[in-house]
Design a protein around this ligand. Structure first.
Ligand SMILES: Nc1nc2c(c(=O)[nH]1)N[C@H]1C(S)=C(S)[C@@H](COP(=O)(O)OP(=O)(O)OC[C@H]3O[C@@H](n4cnc5c(=O)[nH]c(N)nc54)[C@H](O)[C@@H]3O)O[C@H]1N2
Ligand SMILES: Nc1nc2c(c(=O)[nH]1)N[C@H]1C(S)=C(S)[C@@H](COP(=O)(O)OP(=O)(O)OC[C@H]3O[C@@H](n4cnc5c(=O)[nH]c(N)nc54)[C@H](O)[C@@H]3O)O[C@H]1N2
Ligand code: SF4
Ligand SMILES: [Mo]
Length: 733
């Protein structure tokens, strides 16, 4: 860890923006002076960044009870003091005008008591009329772990509905499903340090320079002069600019690329026969499935030169340690889970797992997407237990001191199936917590139609109005990052503490306190939250519940987190002291399947759900930019970020623009079979391939999800956000 720290400190400002730069962006020095004074803090509160899953350590500067500044935590084992542009401006949104301050019933202010009484009464009424599962709950990856744990209990044992899922299904679900199929359990096996230790780093559909900026520091900390970074992305992103080999593959051809690489590895005997024999099953079937993926066939499917495929396979074969990082370019596909399995296949056959520098590694998204995976009752029972396993259900029932019949034996509907069930009239009431589907869910027309059929919609958010709170019968104002306490787990399984620096505005309450209050109203508070007063009590129970599981927290305490900045699980009560944490999983080759072996899955590439044709000739790719966060409830109010990225755009290749007679910067219309963006600025650029366009999905006014489609992965139910067929034409007027 000390070594990592010194490497980080020798780095130039890789991210390019630091505190000074934030000020320089305001060209006027007078203004700079004012800002500097405004940023002077009286005290600094240590916390963890509430945006992305990198999980950087930071301090919030507070003066007169207001958050006035932030700075990186030089001692934090993730970022050693560095922050990205969003992190550097994170205090601003706490003071935004559009924070939700009071409970609103049909847009009128009501007391908390009335709001929660109405909510319980309406939900119970729907459940009495249509059955318990007529209530749906949609949560998020942005609460603290203690809140996820509490919410899971409240939904299962208080509201008694199985139909509970979260926006993590729009995000990480394919990684989760892929890990479960290959290894028998969820849980990213590697650590950030592996990027600094690998000989070859393969990033597939992960634009870390924009979306996980501090991870670029881990790449830069790699001292191996022969280190080779390969980036596979149809778009020449900022991350692609850093690559030694950039593979601009055709959209959705990742399975073919991976199979093509494995085909060559097997052909040349570069796989690890002893490891495969001892620790895996299914290799023969995999080898058969690879036969068709000759370099020529792979080149035809991916659009890459044969030479590039041969070279990529050679670099991977020579690497003693291979790190494969992926994110939404893989997950956001209706073949996402299988693509994850193909990545796992590659790592397993070359024994690139559980060793320094070697891992298949899903780079997660939201600050605490991991926390909900570990603790809640959405796709798994707490502690990665399985709904289907009698033993696991018995475990949970015993730990919760309830009858086993109270623990469901299969999961309820996943997010898109909850929406479908609303359309079918099966689900009549919905509780949405910390997600903003009216921007983020695919095919907005379909979603709006669904929500209009509900008898009662509750939206619990830190901001109001948002496109989703606008539709709610009841809005519950929530405290957000900086205003409440708890833990987050980052992409490398590192648990860090988020702390309270300031009070929430108006009457906004921490989600945790809202859950407690609801349990009281439901008459289950002593049953589900025995003796709980605060998040520390929930954390205490979660430590017990996770004991002995892969995600064992039993040795982690708030005190240790304070002392070390962050601790990777598993961290059992017996055994290790904090500095020797468990860096990586599966080092012993023992997997979580019943036979303790990992499984190979043959995967054949599937056509994307909608192919371009004459009417809709472009493949639409959607994603992010460094300055903005998702649906912009937070970043739209941060002046510096707004100035850096004021407006949405659509990227198009110069050859396509010329053919269509479109000019740089003009406004265009983008149309799909589902909807339209009436007016969006055209950015003509060679970073996007011929026949493709790219739109960032952050802006509601130019919502990319008017265009996207309902197509979901069969295993994970994750949406296919990254490909849809569209046409582009001159905007009218
Ligand atoms: N600034 C910022 N950072 C964020 C977020 C944010 O909103 N803003 N959100 C956070 C969250 S929740 C998430 S999930 C992560 C997402 O982080 P990323 O996954 O990096 O984000 P995206 O831009 O959605 O998509 C990544 C890349 O996938 C590529 N892609 C599209 N189709 C394909 C394909 O067929 N194959 C391959 N190989 N690549 C393809 C896109 O061109 C894009 O460059 O970011 C996190 N960090
Ligand atoms: N076309 C397209 N669509 C996409 C994607 C894409 O790449 N392309 N990416 C998908 C992905 S990966 C993701 S993760 C989703 C994200 O989609 P969303 O989850 O809808 O995005 P956010 O803006 O993060 O929404 C979080 C909401 O929670 C509120 N909030 C923040 N903190 C708190 C809190 O502590 N308590 C409460 N109660 N509320 C809080 C915020 O104000 C905001 O309204 O979008 C998905 N949609
Ligand atoms: S990289 Fe992610 S966690 Fe780190 S400062 Fe930026 S947004 Fe926050
Ligand atoms: Mo995400």
């Amino acid at each position: 860890m000390e070594k990592n720290k010194s490497l980080f400190h020798r780095l130039p400002a890789v991210i390019g923006l630091d505190h000074a730069a934030e000020k320089y962006a305001y060209a006027n020095t007078e203004e700079w002076g004012i800002i500097a004074k405004e940023k002077a803090a009286e005290k600094w509160v240590r916390t963890t960044c509430g945006y992305c899953s990198v999980g950087c350590g930071m301090f919030i500067g507070v003066r007169d009870g207001k958050a006035v500044s932030v700075k990186g935590d030089p001692g934090h084992p993730v970022n050693y003091g560095k922050l990205c542009p969003k992190g550097l401006a994170e205090h601003h949104f706490l003071n935004a005008e559009n924070r939700a301050k009071y409970p609103l019933l049909r847009k009128k202010r009501v007391s908390w008591n009335e709001a929660l009484n109405v909510m319980v009464q309406q939900f119970r009424q729907v459940q009495q009329k249509y059955g318990n599962n007529a209530l749906g709950v949609l949560s998020t990856g942005q609460l603290v772990t203690e809140e996820f744990y509490a919410l899971g209990k409240l939904v299962q044992l208080g509201f008694n509905t199985r139909n509970y899922d979260g926006n993590t299904t729009l995000c990480m679900a394919s990684a989760v499903a892929g890990y479960k199929r290959s290894f028998g359990s969820d849980g990213p096996p590697g650590a950030y340090e592996d990027m600094a230790l690998a000989d070859c780093i393969l990033l597939i559909g992960a634009n870390i320079a924009d979306n996980h900026p501090i991870l670029t520091c881990w790449l830069a900390a790699n001292e191996n002069p022969n280190k080779h970074l390969i980036v596979a992305d149809p778009r020449a992103t900022k991350t692609a600019q850093m690559a030694d080999t950039f593979l601009p593959l055709k959209p959705r051809s990742d399975v073919a690329l991976l199979n093509g690489i494995m085909h060559l590895l097997v052909r040349n005997g570069s796989h690890d026969k002893a490891y495969i024999e001892t620790h895996t099953t299914g290799f023969d079937a995999l080898v058969k499935s690879l036969a068709a993926f000759t370099p020529e066939h792979t080149a035809a499917v991916t659009g890459l030169p044969v030479q590039a495929i041969l070279k990529t396979a050679a670099v991977i074969a020579q690497a003693n340690a291979l790190f494969v990082g992926w994110s939404m370019g893989v997950n956001h596909s209706d073949q996402g889970t299988e693509t994850v399995n193909a990545i796992n296949n590659l790592c397993l056959m070359t024994k690139n797992i559980g060793r320094p520098g070697a891992s298949p590694f899903s780079i997660t998204g939201q600050c605490n997407a991991m926390g909900t995976r570990e603790t809640s009752c959405t796709a798994s029972l707490p502690g990665y237990r399985k709904f289907e396993s009698l033993k696991d259900r018995e475990d949970v029932a015993r730990l919760w001191n309830v009858d086993i019949t109270e623990i469901p034996d299969k999961r309820g509907y996943a997010y898109p199936d909850i929406i479908e069930a609303v359309v079918q009239g099966e689900i009549k009431a919905l509780w949405i917590i910390a997600t903003n589907p009216i921007v983020s869910f695919p095919n907005q027309k379909f979603l709006r139609d669904a929500l209009s059929r509900l008898e009662f919609l509750v939206v619990q958010d830190g901001f109001h109005p948002t496109p989703t709170t606008e539709l709610a019968d009841l809005v519950l104002p929530a405290a957000i990052w900086g205003e409440k306490e708890g833990t987050y787990t980052n992409s490398e399984r590192r648990v860090s503490k988020a702390n309270k620096a300031v009070n929430a505005p108006g009457e906004a309450m921490a989600d945790f306190d809202i859950f407690l209050e609801l349990a009281r109203k439901l008459g289950v508070v002593e049953k589900i939250y025995p003796g709980w007063r605060n998040v520390a009590d929930a954390f205490g129970e979660w430590r017990q519940v996770s004991k002995g599981r892969l995600c064992d927290y039993s040795g982690i305490s708030y005190e240790l987190l304070d002392q070390y900045g962050g601790i990777q699980w598993p961290f059992p009560a017996e055994g290790k002291s904090a500095p020797e944490q468990t860096r990586r999983l599966y080092g012993d080759g023992v997997y979580q399947h019943d036979d303790q072996k990992a499984k190979f899955f043959p995967v054949i590439n599937k056509e994307m759900p909608e192919l371009p044709d004459e009417q809709y000739p472009f493949v639409l790719n959607t994603g992010r930019t460094v300055e903005h966060w998702h649906t912009m409830t937070k970043t739209a109010n941060v002046e510096i970020l707004q100035k850096l990225s004021p407006e949405a755009w659509v990227e198009m290749n110069p050859a396509d623009a010329e053919r269509l007679g479109l000019r740089q910067g003009e406004y265009v219309r983008v149309v799909s079979r589902r909807g339209t963006i009436e007016k969006i600025a055209l950015r003509i650029t060679g970073i996007i391939g011929f026949g493709q366009v790219f739109i960032p999905f952050h802006w509601f006014r130019t919502n990319a999800n008017n265009l996207t489609l309902n197509a979901f992965d069969p295993y994970s139910r994750e949406p296919n956000y990254k490909q849809a067929a569209v046409r582009v034409e001159k905007a009218s007027g």
